[in-house]
Write a protein that binds this ligand. Sequence first.
Ligand SMILES: Cc1cc2nc3c(=O)[nH]c(=O)nc-3n(C[C@H](O)[C@H](O)[C@H](O)COP(=O)(O)OP(=O)(O)OC[C@H]3O[C@@H](n4cnc5c(N)ncnc54)[C@H](O)[C@@H]3O)c2cc1C
Length: 580
Amino acid sequence: MAASNEYSVAVVGAGPVGLSAALQLGMNGVDVLVLEQRGTQSTHPRAHVVNARTMELFRTWGIADVVCSAGLPPDLATGFGWLTSLSSDAFATLNYVDDHTAELHSPERLCSCAQDRVESALYDRVSEIDSVTVQFDSEVVALAEHEDGAVLTVRRNGLDHDVRARYVIAADGANSTVRDLSGISLSRSEPLGRRMNIYFHADLHEVTRSRPYMLWFVYAAKTQGILIVLDPTRWVYSVELDPQRDPPGDFGRAQCHELIRAAVGVDDIEVDVVSVMPWQVDMAVASRFRSGPVFLAGDAAHRFPPMGGFGMNSGIQDTHNLAWKLSAVLNGTAGESLLDSYDAERRPVADYNAAQSMDNARRQKQSAAMLTKQETLRQLASPDGEQIRNDIAAGIGMLSEEFHAQGQVFGSVYRSAAVIDDGTPACESTITDYRPTARPGARAPHVRLRTDSGRCVSTIELLDGHWTLLTFGDASAWRRAADHVQSEVGTPLRTFGIGEDFGDGVDLVDAEQPGVWRTVYGLDAGGAVVVRPDGHVATRWCRPPAQREEQALKIALACVLGRAGTTRTPASTAGAVRGR
Ligand SMILES: Cc1cc2nc3c(=O)[nH]c(=O)nc-3n(C[C@H](O)[C@H](O)[C@H](O)COP(=O)(O)OP(=O)(O)OC[C@H]3O[C@@H](n4cnc5c(N)ncnc54)[C@H](O)[C@@H]3O)c2cc1C
C-alpha cells in the first residue's frame, strides 16, 4: 500500500490465531501488520491439544514437525488416567483414540503441545516472511470504519498514532477491544464454575514412567483436580475454585505447592510454580463475525470451555477459512461478496463447538461431583474400595464425546454462497463418528493414494493451499479446461486424475484397495470435485458435467468466488449427464 502506516490487512493480537492469520496472508504475498499489546509473547501455556485437522494445516505451513518435536512424544500422550494421586495406580483409564481410527481419517495425529510452544513455532515462521511485520507494545485503543477500510489508533510507548488498513482481523482474544469498538454483541452462557490453572516445573519422570497419559484426573482427599503433562518436566495443575472457600484473588505460592504435592502424592518433590491463571468455565459467541472491514477470529469471535480442546483449534481454522478469501479479494480474483461467506461458514461451527464444549464441561462436572463426596474419596483410596473403583471405571464412558470427537474435528460441512450444493443427500457426522464425504462444503476427505513411483500420499497432501481439481479417471479434459480457466479467472488450479489403475491422464491410484477413492468422493468416471484453498469442496460433478468441462468450471469458479455478473449453477446441473 502507499504510505508506511498503510497495510492491506492489520491483525490485532499476536496469539495463536493472529499469528496464523498473518502467516497465511504473508504466504500469499499480502502485506500485513500484526499489533500486539504485550511486550513479548505469552509464556503461560493454556491450550495443549492441537487436533489432527490443525496439524494438517501446520503441515502445509511448514511447522508441523517443529510443533511435534516441541510437544509431548506421541507414545506419552495416548490417553487419560483417573487416580487418587499421581504416585498411585490409575483406577480408570480412557485411550485417546485407537491408531486405526486416526489413520483412517487423516495423515496427521493429534499433538499435545503447549500453547506457548505453538505460538513460538508460528512466530518463528511468520518472522521469515518479508511482507509481515509484528509490532509488540502496540495496543489498539480506537477504531474508525470507512468505506474503503479502517483506521486503528495504536498506543505505543504512551503515544497514539494511526494505522490504516483495507481489512482488520480482530484476533485480540476473549475480551476483544476491536469487537466492542465494532459494536458486535456476544451471546453468552451462565458460568459453570471457575478454575485456577497452576503452571509449574517439576521433574516427574519417575512417577509417570510407563504411564503414558496426557491428563490425570486426581481424586485425593486433600485435593481434586487435573494434572496436565506438557512434557515430563512442565506441568499444569487445574483445580476448581469454590466461591465459599477460595479467595477471589490468586493462590499464594505456599498453597500451590501444597496442592501440587498432594496431587502428586510425594511430600518432598521439588516444585517451581511459574504462573497461575484463574479462568471461567463458560461460552460466548459473537452475534456476527464481520462488521464492514473488520473480521473477528478466535476467542474474539467465540470462547468455549476447553473440555474437548476446541478453542485454539477453531480459532486457527477460522483464519484458514478467512485468509484465502481476503487474499483472493485483495488480488482481484474474487468479488467482495466472497467475504460474507466467512460468517456464514464459521459462525455455525462456533455455535456447534460452543454447545458441545459446554456439554463436555457439564459431564465432567457431574462425574467430578460424584467422585468428590468425602465417603467416595475415602473408599477410592482404601484397599477395600475395589467395587467403587470398578464402578467408576465403567462409568467413564460418559465422557467419551470429550475425548473421541473425530466427527467434530473433521465433519464440519459449510453452507454458503462460496459452495455450490450438488443436491445429493446430506451425510452428517456425529460428534464421535466422522463420516467422510466429498459433498460440497465438506473437508475433502483423506484417502491414501499411490504415485506411479510407489510413493504413498494422502489426498490432504495434494491440497496445499491452492485451488485443486480432483477427477476420477483420465484427467486430460479437465486439465485442459483448468488451464484455460485459470488464465481467465486468474486462479491457478492444480489438477489430479485419480484412478483404479495407471493409464492415460491418471496421476495417482488407490494405495490399498481399488475403488476406495471414487467411493468416498462419490464420483463416476469423468466426474470431478473442485477443492478450495482451505481444503473444503467448492463444487462436485458426480458424473461428467452437462456442459463442456471448461464452461462448467468457469461458471462454478466465478460463482464461488463471487465475481460480478455470475449466476449460481443450479444444483440440478451438477452431476447431470453430459450432452454436448
Ligand atoms: C485452561 C485452558 C485450556 C485450554 N486448552 C485448550 C486446548 O487444549 N486446545 C484448544 O484448542 N484450546 C484450548 N484453550 C483455548 C485457547 O487457549 C484459546 O482459544 C486461544 O488462546 C485463543 O487464541 P487467540 O489468539 O484467539 O486469543 P489469545 O490467545 O487470547 O490472544 C489474543 C492476543 O491479543 C492481544 N490483545 C488483546 N487486546 C489487544 C489490543 N487492544 N491491542 C493489541 N493486542 C491486543 C493479547 O495480548 C493476546 O496476545 C484453552 C483455554 C484455557 C483457558
